[in-house]
Design a protein around this ligand. Structure first.
Ligand code: T5A
Length: 217
């Protein structure tokens, strides 16, 4: 791979943050971006659903019923996948190819966790839809920020703001999501790292940095 000056560049690394609600994904993804930049890396931060004009429009439909009706569960799966397909092709793959690191706040595993384990669609079907959407762009490292569901919601309550459509789902739904994430971490141990986030922010930040440094070697 060469950059625009014709020099050889290595492909960047792709890091995703996943986990149940209120675990600190946005907080820690942004901290990681700052740390990587301070270490001299070119970094792109993005999020799902969203990250492109098409994706942000889909986000409004999915989270705030912007189309004037709630999407049915099948539509929900396909809209998350559509947002992802656009993000991968227009943003993530081009960034990795120019040697940038990509930090993404949620990615394909969210569909497996929420629509598969949470809503009850066949997990293997969700994985197949994800594969079609991501076009081979598998994360190098997935940081699963784990905490009990009730702790996550308590943090969101402290943070303030309205609950979106998915956050309003029953507690049992969110418990299945969390269990699904932990099952995925066991299934793909080479990619997943589980980070217990029931600890002060600085401690979690240090652990994440440790895990990320190992990927860059
Ligand atoms: N979804 C998404 C699907 O169903 N399928 C999919 O395929 C995809 C991609 C997205 C929603 O869409 C669903 C999942 C979600 O329901 P979103 O608005 O993007 O929703 O929000 P989430 O990704 O769910 O993020 P949350 O709003 O739940 O919060 P975060 O980002 O996990 O947490 P954050 O960083 O905002 O932190 C929450 C609070 O905790 C504090 C922070 O300061 C903040 O106040 N905090 C800590 N407090 C104490 N100790 C720590 N260690 C802390 N770390 C953070």
């Amino acid at each position: 791979m060469t950059n625009d000056k014709g020099r050889m560049t290595a492909r960047g690394k792709f890091i995703t943050f996943e986990g149940p609600e209120g675990g600190g994904k946005t907080t820690h993804a942004r901290r990681l971006v700052e740390q990587l930049q301070a270490a001299g890396r070119q970094v792109l931060y993005t999020r799902e659903p969203g990250g492109t004009p098409t994706g942000e429009a889909i986000r409004d439909i999915l989270q705030h019923d912007k189309a004037g009706e709630a999407p049915c569960s099948e539509t929900e799966v396909l809209l998350f996948a559509a947002s992802r397909a656009q993000l991968v092709r227009h943003v993530i793959i081009p960034a990795l190819e120019r040697g940038a690191w990509v930090v993404c706040d949620r990615f394909a595993d969210s569909t497996t966790a929420y629509q598969g384990y949470g809503r009850g669609f066949p997990v293997e079907q969700m994985i197949a839809i994800n594969e079609f959407a991501i076009n081979g762009a598998q994360p190098d490292l997935t940081l699963l920020l784990d905490l009990p569901v009730s702790d996550g919601f308590a943090r969101l309550q402290q943070r303030g703001g309205q609950k979106d459509r998915i956050e309003r789902e029953a507690l049992e739904f969110h418990e299945r999501v969390r269990a699904g994430y932990l099952a995925m971490a066991q299934r793909w141990p080479e990619r997943f790292r589980v980070v217990d986030v029931r600890r002060p922010v600085e401690e979690v930040t240090a652990e994440i940095w440790n895990l990320v440094e190992r990927v860059s070697r």
